[in-house]
Design a protein. Structure first.
Ligand SMILES: CC(C)(COP(=O)(O)OP(=O)(O)OC[C@H]1O[C@@H](n2cnc3c(N)ncnc32)[C@H](O)[C@@H]1OP(=O)(O)O)[C@@H](O)C(=O)NCCC(=O)NCCS
Length: 171
């Protein structure tokens, strides 16, 4: 699959949701049954990776939403450098998945970097101090740790990366 033609777009009706399978039934079902509804209701914006322009096969997807981190959930050294607001504004990368026929080809990294770059760009308009991810299992959490995310002390399933760290990824 040539990387030079990959294209990330907001999810729309023409995209082939039925053909997508990442090996996790919850993430497959979400794309097929719930993603469009979340978009309509303003709860998540799903983005899909297509092999190229005018192609509707979905190689992978992720979702972004606005989010608030309970400041008490952050590690003390991180919270100490932030204002003492009860909720810290953030962006939620709620779901991310790659079709199992294309896992191991760099698509997960490409999608994650696209999501982080998009979150960073948005943070210049609507402030967000971090990106939070919800990992579905330990393997997924390992994936995010590989790219510099830190688990919340209280919950192994959620991890975060500070916007200033993301900023340094895109000089
Ligand atoms: C986890 C997932 C997104 C990874 O996507 P992928 O396209 O297979 O991963 P990539 O080929 O882009 O891998 C990029 C890098 O991440 C590493 N990586 C991939 N999966 C990893 C994991 N589970 N743990 C640690 N590192 C991982 C790769 O080794 C590679 O590292 P390298 O560049 O240093 O060699 C994919 O396997 C998937 O969709 N799994 C099912 C759903 C899921 O778990 N979603 C995650 C969040 S909810």
């Amino acid at each position: 699959m040539p990387r030079s033609t990959w294209l990330v777009e907001p999810l729309r009706g023409a995209h082939d949701r039925e053909g997508f399978s990442c090996g996790d039934a919850t993430l497959d079902r979400y794309l097929k049954e719930q993603a469009s509804r979340d978009l309509r209701r303003g709860c998540a914006t799903p983005f899909v990776l297509l092999p190229g322009a005018n192609q509707n096969a979905i190689l992978g997807y992720y979702t972004l939403s606005s989010y608030g981190i309970d400041a008490g959930e952050l590690p003390p050294d991180v919270a100490g450098k932030l204002p003492r607001y009860p909720l810290i504004p953030a962006t939620l990368l709620g779901r991310l998945a790659v079709d199992k026929r294309h896992q191991g080809e760099g698509i997960g990294e490409f999608l994650l970097m696209d999501a982080l770059h998009r979150s960073l760009a948005q943070s210049f308009r609507i402030a967000a101090a971090a990106v939070v991810v919800e990992a579905i299992d330990d393997r997924a959490a390992q994936f995010y740790r590989h790219f510099g995310f830190t688990p919340f002390p209280s919950s192994g399933g959620r991890l975060f990366i500070l916007t200033k760290t993301v900023n340094a990824l895109f000089p």
